[in-house]
Design a protein around this ligand. Sequence first.
Ligand SMILES: [Fe+2]
Length: 451
Amino acid sequence: MSDQQSPVRDYVTGALAPVTDEVTLGELSVTGDLPAELDGRYVRNGTNPIDPDPATQHWFTGAGMVHGIRLRDGRAEWYRNRFVRTDEVTRALGEPSTPGTRRDDAPTAAVNTNVVQLGGRTWAVVEAGQWPVRLSDELETEAIDPFGGTLRGSFSAHPHTDPRTGLTHAVTYHWTETCVRHVVLDADARVVREEPVELDGSVMVHDTAITESRILVFDLPVTFRLEDAMAGSVFPYAWDAERPARVGVLGLDAPGTTVQWAEVEPGYVFHPANAHDTDDGGVTVDVCRWESVFDHDRLGPNEGTPRLERWHVDPAAGRVRTEVLDERAQEFPRIDERRTGTPVRWAVTAGLASAGAAHAPLYHHDLRAGTSTIVDFGPTSAAQEFVVVPRDGSTAEDDAWLLGFVTHRAEATTDLVVLAADDPAGGPVATVHLGRRVPDGFHGNWMPTNS
Ligand SMILES: [Fe+2]
């Protein structure tokens, strides 16, 4: 299909419609019993474009807005939503600009994709150039902050902390470069390495996965289009049917020149669930894979539906063998991150018939048995990304809570739902009623008070 064809949907109405106000709500209504041990914040980032044009608004480029709920002593103390105050936001709101240094080549980009706790602080993060934005515990923007000046290049929306070392790893990119960078942060959220890995083009690399010894580079065929950038596109990346697809395997401590490449059938992966080393020197990684993205619809991933696959990466042979684990449409995979990089039994994904679907259940996968449990919140209710929160003092992988937003389309309201990971089909342990709608968004995390 032609790149000039009109998109078949927009990304600013219905479930994706932005909210126009920032609110602070106290003492939220709860159904069920909120576990008293949940002491912290659930915070999620997403796009909330200001005065968008539906014909041109890319799903990934709207202003960032974080939504957070503070839990303590079995109560939901507050809900807050706040814009992530990059320059486009402060200009639109008529506010003073946010402190901090800017990159010359990404001065106004939104920071809208994830929000993470690193080094005891809260950071809104995005890929492709704009630096992280540091937030207060109450989600107010404090500064544009490239990790205390230690970050030189881009960052990523998907840093992964190695539970064995406490180091955090990401793969980053920027349109001016034909390399990606393996960026490593220490436990204080200071960059200690930025290791370039040369590619032969400028590629969009959304996420990575680590094992106990290696990190993956997803060199998949979505590439930078200079002509689109010069024509004013804010998201000048598109599907490149001519470009082969491959996965790079790089030692966590290794120079970028030692990356080993393995060819894979073309497709796009925004999100791996997890990866681990195998006894034969390979890497197994579970991914949500799209057939293609940004081909006929340049404003959002809207071509086919993503399915859960297992990729057996053989770096010695230079090949990837793919195995379909679940054909159903799903995205936003999460695991118990105490086990990042090692074999896991459980993963949770959100059903995704299409962006902003009216109905989307949660899938709780038993990857060992090859089965899954469907958690359905109702015919017009949609689960978003759920995160895995270990219970206090637990070690077992399913001795955890699952937390995430469920939006009830008909009522235009959103709940924060808590499930027991060892009995998700038993339904919510607790439901926190926000009493208003949170637009469908991207990624969030549980941020315990004492970490
Ligand atoms: Fe993502």
